[in-house]
Design a protein around this ligand. Structure first.
Ligand SMILES: CC(C)(COP(=O)(O)OP(=O)(O)OC[C@H]1O[C@@H](n2cnc3c(N)ncnc32)[C@H](O)[C@@H]1OP(=O)(O)O)[C@@H](O)C(=O)NCCC(=O)NCCS
Length: 345
């Protein structure tokens, strides 16, 4: 580069002298179950309407896993697709980070179950719980291991079978969520800056806005806990809505500032796919053009940790993102947690 050419953006990691090492997304993959649950189907289950769900959320349908199909199965399909796209063999994977709030069971980790299903026996494996923000938390963890040269190849997965914790009698929540999985293989790639920065945040003072009371050490499963519907998620919709927009805006602006770029430089903005009104309000606050925003929530609803991973896979496979483009991922979830990441594709 000529000394007079202004650099395209600042790589915030460069000051740590990683000697040219980067953390790039070498391949992505996604999987959603085949069963479609439409708004018309929900009209037959609870007091709701397609009109209400569409205008308040933008969601038209969501995917529901079969009774014998678990989070580890969804995760395995997505992981195998990401591995094929990245041309990575199971024995090359050194770490599996799986973000979920719906593990197959409390332990062992679903990451270990996936390790077995894909045959990645060299890999360390663990689950990560940051609710809907889990995929960005996972990317940042993977990046730390790759930049420090601890590992060369890391598999990050966001996978959920939310249908297993949704109260199908509660119209306030059951219309919002769906099942699915997305995965990424992260590696050092000399011709790309890769993951430029990832902002992560949390506010445990607002843990009461979105939670599941039963099933943990505080309220183990009993006949009473089942009777009182404690094993389903609960949410304060309005407060969650307000916090989501604010936290995602702040995280995105911080990520852009670290890279010394403005929103116009971003080719594709992929926000957490929870609610169309949240996406639109966020886009407006960031000063983004509608065509910069990637939205597929009408097809899948909110798939929590899988949400931005599924959307990223679709953005890549449909050609919305080309090598060299800048992508902005933005997430928000229970905890509360939030995050934003800038990636050079
Ligand atoms: C849940 C959400 C869609 C509700 O939209 P809203 O505009 O805030 O709606 P309100 O809560 O004001 O509810 C309005 C009315 O619709 C009713 N309602 C709720 N769900 C309904 C449904 N599925 N069908 C029909 N009516 C419904 C409510 O009972 C309420 O009725 P009331 O006024 O008689 O009490 C919205 O708050 C939201 O998206 N919140 C964030 C959710 C989220 O993203 N969570 C995950 C974060 S990771």
């Amino acid at each position: 580069m000529s000394p007079h050419t202004k650099p395209k953006f600042k790589n915030p990691r460069a000051k740590y002298n990683f000697q040219g090492r980067t953390c790039s997304v070498a391949g992505v993959g996604a999987y959603v179950p085949s069963r479609v649950l439409t708004n018309a189907d929900l009209e037959r289950m609870v007091e709701t309407s397609d009109e209400w769900i569409t205008t308040r959320t933008g969601i038209k349908e969501r995917r529901i896993a079969g009774a014998e199909e678990y989070t580890s199965d969804l995760a395995t399909h997505a992981a195998q697709r990401a591995m094929a796209n990245a041309k990575v063999k199971p024995e090359e994977i050194e770490l599996i980070v799986l973000a979920t709030i719906t593990p197959d069971m409390p332990f062992p980790s679903t990451a270990c179950l996936v390790q077995r299903k894909i045959g990645a026996y060299r890999a360390a494996a663990f689950d990560l719980e940051a609710a809907c923000s889990g995929f960005i938390y996972g990317l940042e963890i993977a990046q730390q291991f790759i930049m420090s040269r601890t590992y060369d190849t890391v598999l990050v997965i966001g996978a959920e079978k939310l249908s297993s914790i949704v109260d199908w009698k509660d119209r306030n929540t059951c219309v919002l969520f769906g099942d699915g999985a997305g995965a990424a293989i992260l590696r050092n790639r000399p011709d790309s800056h890769g993951l430029l920065t990832a902002v992560m945040g949390a506010d445990g003072r607002k843990s009461n806005l979105l939670f599941m009371p039963g099933g943990g050490s505080r309220c183990p499963a009993t006949a009473d806990s089942v009777h009182n519907r404690m094993h389903y998620l609960r949410m304060e919709g309005k407060e969650t809505f307000k916090n989501a927009i604010q936290a995602m805006q702040t995280a995105a602006q911080e990520a852009l500032a670290r890279c010394e770029i403005d929103i116009t430089r971003i080719k594709c903005i992929i926000p957490h796919q929870a609610n169309r009104r949240i996406v639109d309000a966020l886009g407006e606050r960031l000063g983004a053009k509608p065509e910069q925003l990637f939205v597929n929530l009408h097809k899948y609803g909110n798939t929590s940790a899988a949400s931005v991973a599924i959307a990223l896979d679709e953005a890549v496979s449909t050609g919305r993102v080309q090598q060299g483009d800048l992508i902005l991922l933005i997430v928000f979830g229970a905890g509360l947690t939030w995050g934003a990441a800038v990636i050079e594709w």
